[in-house]
Structure formats: structure tokens, C-alpha cells
Write a protein that binds this ligand. Sequence first.
Ligand code: SF4
Length: 455
Amino acid sequence: MSMPEPQPEPGREQPRLDPWGSTVIDYSKVFTEFGISRFEELLPRVKEPHLYMRRRIIMGHRDYELILDAMERRRPFAVMSGFMPSGKLHLGGKMVMDEIIWHQRMGAAAFVSIADMEAHAVRGISWRECKEIGVSEYVLSLIALGFDPHRGFIYFQSENRMLHDLAFELGCEVNIGEMSAVYGFSGDVNVSKCVSVLMQSADILQPQLAAFGGPKPTVIPVGFDQDPHIRLTRDIASRARLFTVELVKREKDEYECVRVRAKTRDAASALKEVSSRLGGEKRAYEMHVDVYGEPFEEVERVVREAEIELGGYGFYPPAATFHRFMRGLGGGKMSSSKPESYIALTEPPEEAAAKVMNAKTGGRATLEEQRRLGGVPEECIVYELLMFHLIEDDRHVAEIYEECISGRRTCAACKKAAAELMHSFLKEHQERREEAKNVLKELDVGKKWLEVVKF
Ligand code: SF4
């Protein structure tokens, strides 16, 4: 039996035929106003892209070319992100973990911060509770999802002395006025909140410290709301450099060189040190040296090396990927203070399945309308769960999309299938969490953390 073609509802646009599209939130502003680049332009360069990349869930990036270059040339690179241990780990947090794990599999040195200092300063959570939540909600699920702790570094901010020292140093590069502009801090903000901001910047730049092999491109997978923090940390990273390296072009007289500027107090001797290491023709000035006939990349490499020997950091600006948000189960914002809006990775699978059955769909008021008009997957949370988390095969998701918009799929059957998938995913994940406890016992630091956790 052939199905009738779906007809657009009066006053409503025909759904776009795009299984990975989102009509709910307009993200175009972040590209035009904030200078975030579109990730899909880089997609052809990504080997074995993660489903978030293939399905345009990761929509934006800053400087991800640095990461791709490192992957292609088999050079060191890192991935890092942090989690504030203030509540349950839900599917939104799982997205960040999935991205960390994918990059670790692609060869990245992987860093995960449990931001207990932030949770203590911002939410007033006790240190003990931070540890309990950090391990039981976050560390165990991270390992259960596939993070290899033997090749990665998971730490609590409060226990990481190297991080504290770095945060202190970075604090010299930013003032309270700038922080207030970024975070909306007013005069009555407590100072520890400002410190916790510096700790996050230190989290991001720590993979580039000498103790971890020195400067390297580092990607931070985040949601779009974290961009102000990424921008601030990129600024801090650049201010902490002893040198800047820029390409100078003057089209008129076809003049081109690489300009190295020193930002240190003793600029003359710093520039002398750099010049002695650089090839090509050099012209020295009071605060900079122009280098001719050397590739930009080579000059950058040599300058970075010299900077480290002079006691600097040589930071690369941190790169970032930005994913779009999952919505709450009712269609609004997912909020940790509203358990009905999210599915936690530790909640009983039966309860999670029941939540899926009650989630908002993009279905029509009656079965007859659904058959005639088709559903609207772009408005459907069940579809979002399937596309973001429950189905690996792109063709299968595209089929569901097509069946939905053509009216061949009913919401009742669709929700039931999604609920079953969610049940199996959580059951399996929770079994893996049990195995992760054994993995944690094998790690020195893990044993220490497990001692304070009540299971
Ligand atoms: Fe959503 Fe499935 Fe209903 Fe389509 S058929 S609106 S994908 S629940």
C-alpha cells in the first residue's frame, strides 16, 4: 500500500529533508557575531569522524585545524575538559565524555578535571561531597564509557598542586575588570569564584606544561555557552607568551617576512637568543626581528623552543569544538535541578525508559493526522535521543527520519523502541561502571578516591 505524500500544515513550513538538521535553536549568530568557525568545513579532513561530527551535532570550532594538523602529522596533541561535581551526570555531560574518549582513541593525551574547587566556591558543596559525586557520578561513568585511565589523566582540582601554581601565574595576566565583563561578576562576588575561573584556565593550559611534554595543540570540547571562557583563556595564553610571531605582508612592494616580537622586559637579549637560532635573513629592531626566507611554521617552532628555555610557556592557543545542546525531555531546557528534564547515567533503566515514554515528541494530535502530515523530528526529543545517543548507524537514523516525516512511523511505536534502547544502554553502562571500580582500584590515585566514596 502506498502512503500519501505528507502535506505541509497551513502556516507551518514543510520540514527540511535533513536528518541532522535543527530548526529549534538558531545558531547562526555564533558564527557571524562571535567568530566561531563552522565544523562541517573541516569534516572531509577528519578520519573516522565521531557521530557528533557526522550528524552536525558538533557545529563549530576554534582553531581545530591545529588538532587536525597534529593528527595528520602524528604529532602530540591533547584533549581536555572538566566536570563540576555538583549533581548527576546526565546525557548532556555524556556528550563531552564521548568527545574526550574519541580524541583519546585518535591519539590525544587526555585530561579530565573534576572541578571540585569550582563546585565548592560556586555551589557551596562540601569537599567530601565533591569527592563522592566526582568519583561515583563522573569518574566511574567516564571509564565505563571507554576512557582509558592508564593513558589519561583524571584529577581533582583541589589535589593538583601543579594546577594551583599555574593558576597563580595566569592570574598575573588578567584583571578583575576583565573577569567581571566575561562572567558578569559584581562587586560582591566572592574571591574564590574568581580563583575558580583561573583554575579552569589552568585546567585548559595544563596539558601544555613541560611536565606533560610541553606545548601542544589542545582541544576543549564544550557547548556554545562556554565560548566566553574559551576566549578568555585564549587571551590569557597569548598574554603569557614571551614572544609573538606574525606574518607581515605588504602587497604593494611584495614584501613578506615573519615578525618576531619580544614581550619580555629584557627584549634585546631575548631577541638575540631567538635570532641566533633562526635561519634565513634577519633584520633586527629594538623590539622585534624580521625574518626573511623562512617558513612561518618553522619560525614559530624555533621561537617556541627558545621561549621555553627562557622560562616561558610557549602556549598554543587552546582549540575548541562546540556542540549543540540536547534539550530537556519536556522540550525546554535541560536543568540539573529538574530531574524530570534529563536522564542520568546512574538512574534505574526502568525509570529512564518510562521518562522516554513520556518525552515530548514531534507527533501530530491524532494518528490520522500523523499518517497524513507526517511527524516533525526536528521538534521531537525522542528523535534527539536516538540521533545523539542510541543509534550508531547513520542510515538507520536517516530511515527513522524519513519514516517519521512521511507519516509511516507512529510515535507510540517509536517511543517504545527508543525506551528499549535506552534501557539496554543504561543497563550495560551500569554493568560497566561496576567493572570500572576494579579499574580504579588498580590506580594509586583511584584507590584513594574510592576510600571516601560510599556505594
Ligand atoms: Fe518523534 Fe518518532 Fe514521533 Fe517522529 S515518529 S515525531 S521521530 S516519536
